[in-house]
Ligand binder design. Structure first.
Ligand SMILES: [Zn+2]
Ligand SMILES: [Zn+2]
Length: 351
């Protein structure tokens, strides 16, 4: 039996970097030697037991990763050993009403590699060929681990139909908000506004995209400020990427703030996964005949993301705050919990 090391969640809140059995490949699968893997917000939920019983212990998370193919099954046609790949972790049923309409992110039994089954926080993983995307060798391997999170931003842009001259509001400067920012900047050169309550996150975005406007919702009334920035028009598209929000007296919650900030016939796209309701006043949306739309994972945007990575139009390093030895994974998760303003994307370096 071949063995490898993996970051195993033994108890909720406790990782062990330990020796486990190396996965074997099926006919249509390849063995990927994971190079880098990113820690996602959903991994933080898994870590704290908030996805139980969707995840059961012991568990190896990791749905954002890239690596090199070391072995291919006999039925694998389009990939060879040595190639750098990213893995689209979405597994859909193909039979439910959404799947029959080719709308896979809304599959009623959607499964995600690294959430519903062991994932990429280990030295090796077996992956079916159809989930692989080849990455040009000019792209450094740590950027391969950023493809999944960046594709979330591209999917949000396609859901909201961001156009070349659109003004855009992104409410929430965490991992998802920053991914949207990256994708949005490949689409429009017009005004982009970011709202958050953590200055460090806003500053991180501003450092790499100096032409954006940033608003700390704790210091300023964001809707009033957005109105000033857009000359009273409101934005064409507003993204809500907060989820669990902190109530600020006298200020709207992020979803309602987005509705109040769009122009007439503008679009609000929601992505934040909060567990509590975010009250909105529907007539504020109806008066504008606004469009309210949701975006969940990505579908088909891996190719667009990889193409942009190859062209150098994205700044993945802007989102990476830490690269850690996988044996330090426990510390990585604790850093994200205790100092959310100081860490955005933490990558585990497995090679
Ligand atoms: Zn993720
Ligand atoms: Zn389905």
């Amino acid at each position: 039996m071949k063995t490898m090391h993996a970051a195993v969640l033994e108890k909720y809140g406790r990782f062990e970097w330990k020796k486990v059995k190396q996965p074997e490949i099926a006919e249509n699968e390849v063995l990927v030697k994971v190079a880098y893997a990113g820690i996602c917000g959903s991994d933080q939920h898994i870590f704290k037991g908030e996805f139980h019983p969707r995840t059961t212990l012991p568990f190896v998370p990791g749905h954002e990763f890239g690596g090199f193919i070391t072995e291919t099954g006999p039925a694998v046609r389009n990939f060879r050993a040595g190639e750098l790949v990213a893995v689209d972790p979405i597994i859909w049923c193909g039979k439910c009403p959404a799947c029959l309409r080719h709308h896979y992110p809304a599959c009623t039994t959607l499964k995600i590699l690294g959430v519903d089954m062991n994932g990429g926080f280990g030295e090796y993983i077996n992956v079916p060929e159809h989930m692989l995307y080849r990455i040009d060798t000019s792209v450094p391997p740590h950027h391969a681990a950023m493809v999944e999170i960046l594709s979330i931003g591209f999917h949000a842009c396609s859901r909201a139909k961001v156009k070349a001259d659109d003004t855009v509001l992104i409410w929430g400067a965490g991992k998802v908000g920053q991914s949207i920012l990256q994708a949005v900047r490949t689409k429009t050169t017009n005004k982009v506004i970011m709202v958050d309550i953590i200055d460090k996150r806003l500053n991180l975005a501003k450092k790499h995209f100096p032409d954006i406007y940033t608003i700390n919702a704790g210091d300023q009334d964001p809707v009033k400020r957005i109105n000033e920035i857009t000359g009273g028009d409101g934005v064409d598209v507003a993204f809500e990427a907060v989820g669990h929000y902190t109530e600020i007296p006298g200020r709207p919650n992020p979803v309602r703030g987005c509705i109040q900030s769009i122009r007439g016939a503008g679009t609000v796209c929601v992505l934040g996964l909060g567990d509590e309701p975010a009250p909105v006043l529907m007539k504020e949306l109806i008066w504008k005949e606004g469009t309210l739309i949701a975006s969940r994972v990505s579908h088909g945007e891996f190719a667009e993301t990889i193409e942009n990575l190859g062209k150098g139009t994205l700044k993945p390093d802007a989102m990476i705050t830490d690269i850690l030895d996988p044996a330090k994974i426990q510390a990585g998760f604790e850093m994200l919990e205790k100092e959310p303003g100081d860490h955005l994307k933490i990558l585990l370096k497995l090679i």
